[in-house]
Design a protein around this ligand. Structure first.
Ligand code: SF4
Length: 374
């Protein structure tokens, strides 16, 4: 594309964005902290899902100092249900580093910002361009799709070796005078016009320069490598009652669902029944012998790279003192205290059923307390 055409494309895109952008709260602020929070939340997550979390998070942690000084469990609670909990862990850690090493000021230099926990190429480019007008181009899934169609790029968008090629294409197209607005415009175009299926080409501001459109080849782009089938794991989980309390355990801070609380359980082995796996897992994980009273339900849940099918059992404590293997902490709590703990979404999926079951088995909370005192 000739420089004149690139210039015209940039202008058309920005003009379109200024009129057609969605009304989103993080676009109304100049403070880098909420911009950073929004960009972290928006990674792998849709705008509609992020909105309530964004508002609530900023209500609880209105500035970087508050976030840095918060207890990690409070941060996880605010993130509960949003998924990809490493984002919350890293954001919390990064806020601490900014407070302690940068006097509370988010670094404007890319190398310094990039060193913070959880800050990769995307977050660095997005925050620095939007909050500080630094000339870095962002490349997310939306941007790759638009670029692949604009320039009929054959490199599969989900191939890691193609990352550099898309980054270069985005950098070449970037409006360095208005990098933040340009980046947001390109992402917005991908989100609301150049959609994965049925792009709204007649309403597209860059249609004149779009090779896929001009050559009637839109359905060929973006190219993608075929994904491997997602594995599914059978899991057994036990809600262990002792008097009217249940045991929950805390996962280690790093890794999948790091720091969240959950009911003990784990993978069902080959040729093992779900019930036997539940008893075995509880013994291995918390060193308790239990009896299974009933099968509460089966829950399905999908993570990024795998799915689980989880059989949930209600159990009674028989014997043993808690000794943890795997989890880093435990609590015996009443069911009505569960709201104080951040739990994975898969656990939330059966809580309503669990409360109904408990009410049927043990009666109301009042009756339960009375029973316990006797
Ligand atoms: S013309 Fe169509 S395919 Fe091309 S960038 Fe615009 S919306 Fe996407």
């Amino acid at each position: 594309m000739k420089p004149k055409e690139i210039h015209a494309l940039r202008k058309a895109l920005i003009d379109w964005y200024l009129v057609n952008q969605r009304d989103l709260p993080w676009r109304k602020v100049t403070d880098p902290y909420p911009i950073w929070v929004s960009e972290v939340m928006l990674q792998q997550t849709q705008v509609a899902t992020v909105l309530p979390y964004y508002h609530e998070f900023l209500k609880r942690f209105p500035n970087l100092q508050k976030l840095a000084r918060a207890n990690f469990q409070q941060v996880l609670k605010a993130w509960e249900g949003l998924g990809y909990y490493a984002r919350a862990r890293n954001l919390h850690k990064a806020a601490g580093v900014v407070l302690n090493q940068h006097l509370g000021n988010i670094p404007q230099s890319r190398p310094d910002f990039r060193k913070l926990p959880g800050v990769g190429d995307y977050i660095a480019a997005a925050v620095l361009s939007i909050a500080f007008s630094k000339p870095y181009s962002v490349v997310d899934g939306n941007v790759k799709r638009v670029l692949s169609r604009l320039f009929i790029m054959d490199e599969p968008v989900n191939q890691s070796s193609a990352k550099k090629i898309y980054q270069q294409a985005a950098a070449d197209l970037l409006d360095t005078q208005k990098p933040g607005t340009f980046n947001q415009a390109l992402m917005e175009l991908g989100a609301i016009v150049c959609k994965p299926r049925n792009p709204l080409c007649p309403a597209c501001p860059v249609q004149t320069w779009c090779l896929a459109y001009q050559r009637d080849r839109i359905s060929e782009f973006p190219r993608k490598l075929k994904k491997k089938a997602t594995p599914q794991y059978p899991i057994a989980v036990g809600v262990v009652f002792k008097n009217s309390r249940v045991i929950i355990t805390r996962r280690k801070p790093e890794g999948l669902l790091g720091g969240l609380w959950e009911f003990p359980g784990g993978k069902i082995k080959k040729n093992e029944t779900a019930k036997a796996a539940c008893i075995r897992e509880i013994k291995e994980e918390v060193n308790l012998a239990v009896k299974v009273d009933s099968h509460l339900c089966m829950v399905k849940h999908a993570y990024t790279h795998f799915k689980i099918q989880m059989d949930v059992f209600c159990c009674s404590y028989i014997s043993g003192r808690v000794k943890l293997t795997g989890p880093v902490d435990h609590r015996w709590i009443r069911l009505n205290q569960l709201d104080d703990y951040p739990l994975p979404k898969a656990n939330h999926k059966f809580l309503a059923k669990l409360r109904q079951w408990k009410d049927k088995e043990f009666g109301s909370v009042k009756a339960e307390v009375g029973k316990e005192r006797r």
